[in-house]
Design a protein around this ligand. Sequence first.
Ligand code: GLN
Length: 486
Amino acid sequence: MELYKLTIHDLHEMLAKGETTSKAVTEAVINRIKAVDNKVKAYITVNADAAIDRAEHADKDIKAGKANSPVFGVPIAIKDNMCTDGIKTTCASKILGNFIPPYDATVVAKLKQAGYIMPGKTNMDEFAMGSSTENSGFFVTKNPWDLERIPGGSSGGSAAAVAAGECIAALGSDTGGSIRQPAACCGVVGLKPTYGRVSRYGLVAFASSLDQIGPLTKDVTDTAILLNVIAGHDPKDSTSADIAVPDFTKALKKDVKGMKVGIPKEYFIEGMDPEVEKAVRDAVKTLEGLGAKVMEVSLPHTGYAVATYYILATSEASSNLARYDGVKYGFRAQGAKDLLDMYVKSRSQGFGPEVKRRIMLGTYALSAGYYEAYYKKGQQVRTLIKRDFDEAFKQVDVIATPTAPTAAFKIGEKSADPLQMYLSDIFTISVNLAGIPGISIPCGFTKTNLPIGLQLLGRHFHEESIIHAAFAYEQATEWHKKRAKL
Ligand code: GLN
């Protein structure tokens, strides 16, 4: 049996029964990375020796009955924007190319506490800015289903690693779709929790009012398991919510009788690939067949979401990224004549073109004279978008939409046209603006064998409802069992 193909819950059972060892699983994952990562390029850093060493310790603990969680001894990859104590954390940026954090992000600390194994740090768009991983400062990750195509972004490395069997599961981060859209492109499950559900402490900030960490997994059960490990209040993150965390695996129920599913009429737009539309409409029929009640809902401010996001996210980014000045972190340019010149040279040489574009956009939107017209207006529209969801959720329990308007596009196809690239996030961005949870699950394939994603959205802090609907759908279909052939 190829152990790298298995899920967290499969492996947990096998480890508990002594049918395999953490070392065997970890070696299988590391060997898989050695065999395919020269093609996929999902990892920035591979942590092979330390991972195998950790696995040997985990096996002793398992034998001694000390395994305290379902991820114990299981290799889970981490996106390279989450701090890992003593292990390089680059954000796929040259400006952090040599940054080794002296501490763990809270999610990493929680995973360590739960006994996970860390096979490595995954590639991404620089500072999580992008939808294709083409903005990585180092190299482009390829889609395991078709190596000429993008894996989505910005958590493209994490999604591709899961799809290629280069880890058992992974963490990503999502500011405007960066977990869900790559999950859709790579045929895996990706969940963005409610804003505040998971601590952002130690996540390198892009847009702090939107960023959220979440799981990328092979199935919905693993998503629930991983969310259980990482969720919860953290005194180190003042935006993390001090509310009880349910056991998300209790939401893994096949029966959706009476569940109300809303279809936003604004989401079936021109420019959407007909194959995507059909797959999503069929998925909704499947849910209906399982007992859900389907009805139309309206999210009238949808058309403003992309513009609002690109004002607010860039404004926050311009402020967050001011700290990279060559003094405190990472890269410092050589040969500067004075302090100002050192700032300018370090930032000019350290940041890539998309990051610079966003810093300029955001600085402009925040500058005196434009602040009211752009930033403040953006905040007001954000409230309207949130209210759209509040209204819709008075009528329905979950909302179903496509995750992205097309399946994975070709590498290079959109990189010359930022606006086209920004439109890839049209269905995911409002969710971050509203702060609600969303999941993407596989719901079919195009004729050219590319995965298609169904997005399910829920009320604030109701991850259970989307996990429930997603699990019911998954169990009624076979899509999640398909694996990319490499
Ligand atoms: N693609 C969006 C962007 O470029 C979202 C990125 C993200 O969620 N981190 O900003």
